[in-house]
Write a protein that binds this ligand. Structure first.
Ligand code: ARG
Length: 285
């Protein structure tokens, strides 16, 4: 009897050891399942494009305060969002065979909307800065512009160097690369970040700020309607301000598809044409 008991005990402890060992490898499998996991993500990524095609629409996020890139315009008595970024977005949707839905929001909220899955991609004259590249993926650059400082026409001679703006308030769009440019390149000035470029232009006209940093095409677009503002002679250190499209990290199939559309539009000079047409729209009443 006790012999059997001893055997039973031995068997039980053996079972325990096996089970204990069993849990460990199981845990390791789960961990090394990182490989498995990423291939699972790859599958999900693959289905991203499929999901969009099935839904029949793709959602783009933009901050439509940025002529000629994206801006509001009344067309046939209806408020529309237009601009060359929007034309590019339409071509992307067309190549995917789906409808385009536009969501207009503040520039500073765009990447959060992308992360949250509220939009499928962001096109907003967005520069692929190293910080942003940590958070999202970008397509190739489809357009490049330089940074300019806008001042009131009456101050053109007064504010003509970075030093001349010492102690003055310089505006920049909140969350945009321009905010960083003011902080880094104009340390003697006080940065005033605001959510919308249109508000910054108003503040400048109303003498709440003394200058503002913005990309040249945007400065020119606003200046056609605001003769009391000019582009100053102030030279900023050259900053790479190319624009690219952002998508959620890991959606490589989407990036690839978008790059193909961009290649086509760059090669056949469509983007140049879209920029020219957007500028015409800016000037049209
Ligand atoms: N290129 C700058 C950036 O990436 C400014 C873009 C602002 N775009 C806009 N639609 N307001 O930060």
């Amino acid at each position: 009897m006790s012999k059997y008991k001893a055997i039973a005990l031995m068997l039980m402890s053996l079972l325990l050891i096996i089970t204990a060992c069993g849990t460990k490898p199981a845990a390791t499998t789960e961990q090394s399942g990182g490989g498995d996991h990423s291939s699972q993500t790859a599958q999900q990524t693959q289905s991203t494009l499929e999901k969009i095609k099935q839904a029949g629409k793709i959602v783009v996020g933009t901050s439509a305060d940025y002529p000629p890139y994206e801006f509001h315009k009344e067309i046939n008595k209806k408020d529309e969002i237009v601009g060359f970024d929007i034309e590019i977005a339409k071509e992307i949707a067309k190549d995917l065979g789906v409808e385009l839905e536009i969501r207009d929001m503040k520039f500073e909220g765009l990447l959060a909307a992308l992360q949250a899955g509220n939009v499928d991609f962001v096109i907003s004259g967005m520069t692929p800065s190293p910080e942003r590249m940590n958070a999202v993926d970008f397509t190739k650059i489809y357009y490049t512009a330089v940074q300019k400082v806008v001042v009131r026409a009456e101050d053109k001679d007064r504010f003509n160097t970075i030093e001349s703006l010492k102690g003055m308030k310089v505006g920049a769009q909140k969350g945009a690369t321009q905010e960083k440019i003011v902080k880094e390149q104009m340390p003697g000035s006080e940065v005033k970040p605001l959510g919308k470029i249109s508000d910054l232009m108003m503040e400048l006209k109303n003498k709440k700020i003394d200058a503002l940093v913005v990309e040249l095409p945007v400065a020119e677009a606003y200046l056609t309607k605001n003769k009391d503002l000019v582009i100053s002679d102030i030279k900023l250190a050259s900053e790479d301000s190319g624009s690219a499209i952002a998508v959620k990290k890991g959606r490589s199939d989407l990036v690839e598809a978008m790059n193909q559309t961009l290649d086509r539009l760059i090669q056949d000079k469509s983007i140049d044409k879209m920029v020219a047409e957007a500028n015409e729209l800016v000037e049209a009443q």
